[in-house]
Design a protein around this ligand. Structure first.
Ligand code: HEC
Length: 132
């Protein structure tokens, strides 16, 4: 009985700590790039903002693949593969690896906005996402 209760508690604690570690590291990097404050609202706005692809005229936003409800599973718009929920409250694996966060920011900003996101934009978006 004891063991059954203990395991999930330890798991929860440790995965939250891994997220906190990765986020600490990446926010330190943003700070070093000149980001002095973050704006959750600006992050949310950018996350939902529609951008037009120059070639196809197709409308794109972060929600195109991640969906509107970030506690639910999304779907990749090109491959139709499911994407685990972005909200760390329901997906403990979110934002636990700096390398992964950077890789996907780069790839997804390029595809969605047609350019990379600035350190400020990334910091704002992450501030919004990490509290979900
Ligand atoms: C074309 C589909 C697609 C779009 C559009 C998209 N993403 Fe993603 N995103 C993915 C996939 C696929 C992954 C990796 C799989 C996973 O983490 O579940 C991912 C992962 C991420 C991660 C890594 C999360 C982590 O746990 O480390 C971040 C950050 C991210 N996306 C941000 C964004 C932002 C910001 C936008 C809008 C500018 C965006 N994404 C738009 C498909 C997309």
């Amino acid at each position: 009985m004891k063991v059954k209760i203990l395991i999930p508690v330890v798991f929860l604690l440790s995965s939250n700590m891994v997220m906190a570690d990765a986020l600490n590291d990446i926010f330190n990097e943003y700070k070093q790039s000149g980001v002095s404050s973050t704006n959750e609202k600006a992050g949310k706005t950018l996350w939902n903002k529609e951008f037009k692809d120059k070639k196809t005229g197709q409308s794109r936003s972060c929600t195109t693949c991640h969906g509107v409800d970030l506690t639910k599973t999304g779907e990749h718009v090109r491959t139709n593969k499911p994407i685990e929920p972005m909200a760390p409250s329901v997906n403990k694996k979110r934002f636990t690896k700096v390398k992964k966060i950077k890789k996907w920011f780069k790839r997804n900003c390029k595809w969605t906005l047609g350019r990379e996101c600035s350190a400020q934009e990334q910091a704002d978006i992450l501030t919004y996402l990490k509290n979900l």
